[in-house]
Design a protein around this ligand. Structure first.
Ligand code: FAD
Length: 413
């Protein structure tokens, strides 16, 4: 039995890892090379937080990964104690919690995962292999393989299972026909650079997070420690204006933030990388649970749903989807349609959450209510450590949103 994974990015690598336990051969087709991938997945130069839930899943899939990251100097962050978090209503109280992540750059994390995946003798990872389309049986009911190209040569690769993890929603509709789609307006600009900063520049905290608070405060940013004692500084905006692209502009932008701590830290820093920008105008979710896909095709990662990145959910969602894949893969011939429904269910809460950030106008009653509750939770998180803790647990996908509701009305967890 052969499984083909289209796209050797974050979701594709995790999928390959679990499929190798169940298939005789797993072939990953990646259009880039390790060095070209960085320009392909252009978001990789920006801050990427792996939420606590994602950290837990990754450690199960790749035992010892967390220790390897730690040995490379990737610090552990306690989101209660170590994060100076200025939310729209003030500073959140800092105290020890069990919400902890391992902080490193996206490229560093992904390379460590890729190294482990390609060591697995069941997996073949082909680079510069551009998938043109999946192929189907004559009646169109079942996948039969994929067509891909290396340089100018076209190849057909037969497969029993094709996992589409190539983060391209446009090609999905081309390949699989009409799929219901939901969109959220999410105007977010990212501008990032690696920095060297002096020790204790954040005065006892390990990271500084100035949250966006539209419409009054459409600018924010994060100073986040990563491997090798360096920092990634990411500036955020939702005013639609192009983000800064050099050191002077970075300083100017940070001077306009509602705390001098950001600017003062950057003033003492040295930029170590180019300045990268990324502009996002919407997030979209292909509701594949409502589509009838041919047997033997599953879709994961950003190919299903690209979430507003400010909540740092994308990689953890991919990990949760792969966990679901692992649980279902042995269930027989027609497990795939149930799989996409389960993915839709996993996405429901993160989608709601990520959609409540920017919009102020044109929301339906239900969404407006969730947004008001969310705003109330943010306010209470600055006043009540218990609410702050619950907020973090929900944001890191360790607890369902009801946990936060209970803490808001003073009920025990
Ligand atoms: C600015 C920004 C910041 C973000 N911050 C965070 C964060 O803090 N935390 C978080 O969890 N998530 C974050 N995300 C989201 C995260 O980047 C994605 O959710 C994640 O990369 C999804 O993984 P993926 O494997 O689906 O896609 P990708 O990682 O993009 O991988 C897709 C792969 O498929 C390959 N490919 C594409 N087409 C083909 C083809 N036809 N043939 C072969 N290969 C192909 C590409 O080369 C690529 O390697 C952020 C996103 C952005 C834009």
């Amino acid at each position: 039995m052969t499984a083909v994974v289209v796209g050797g990015g974050f979701a594709g690598l995790l999928a390959a890892r679990i499929l190798a336990d169940h298939y005789d051969r797993v072939i990953v087709l990646e259009r880039g090379t390790p060095s070209k991938r960085r320009t392909v997945a252009s978001q990789a130069n920006h801050l990427h937080v792996l939420l606590q839930k994602g950290r837990e899943i990754l450690e199960k899939l790749f035992p010892g990964l967390d220790g390897e990251l730690a040995a490379a100097g990737a610090p552990e962050i306690d989101w209660g104690k170590d994060t100076a978090w200025l939310n729209p209503f003030g500073w959140a109280p800092q105290f020890p919690t069990s919400i902890r992540t391992r902080s490193c750059s996206r490229t560093f994390l992904e390379e460590r995962i890729r190294e482990r995946v390609i060591k697995n003798h069941v997996i073949k990872y082909l680079e510069e292999a551009l998938v043109e389309c999946p192929a189907f049986s004559l009646d169109g009911r079942r996948v039969s393989g994929v067509w891909y190209r290396t340089e100018s040569v076209r190849h057909f690769l037969p497969a029993d299972l094709v996992v589409l993890a190539h983060a391209n929603q446009n090609s999905l509709t081309e390949w699989l026909g009409k799929i219901p789609i939901e969109k959220n307006e999410a105007v977010v600009g990212y501008a990032s650079c690696r920095y060297q900063l002096p020790p204790s520049v954040l005065a006892g905290s390990k990271q500084l997070y100035v949250q966006l608070a539209p419409p009054l405060r459409p600018r924010g940013g994060v100073i986040c420690p990563v491997e090798n004692g360096e920092y990634i500084v990411t500036l955020l905006s939702c005013d639609g204006k192009p983000g800064p692209t050099n050191e002077l502009e970075f300083l100017k932008f940070s001077k306009g933030l509602p705390t001098p701590r950001f600017f003062e830290a950057l003033l003492r820093g040295i930029p170590l990388s180019p300045f990268y920008r990324y502009q996002l105008s919407k997030s979209s979710w292909l509701k594949l649970g409502n589509a009838s896909l041919p047997e033997g095709v599953v879709v994961i990662g950003d190919a299903v749903c690209s979430l507003n990145p400010v909540y740092g959910q994308g990689m953890t969602m991919a990990a949760l989807e792969v966990e679901e894949l692992a649980a279902r893969v042995l269930k027989g011939r027609t497990w795939e349609s149930g799989f996409q429904k389960a993915v839709d269910e996993l996405l429901r809460v993160p989608w709601e959450l990520a959609g409540s950030e920017n919009k102020v106008k044109g929301l339906g009653l239900k969404k407006r209510c969730s947004q008001l509750i969310f705003q109330h939770a943010l306010r209470m998180a600055t006043q009540k450590p218990k609410v702050h803790r619950s907020f973090l647990e929900v944001m890191h996908m360790m607890q369902p949103p009801i946990r936060l509701m209970r803490s808001l009305v003073g009920l025990p967890a």
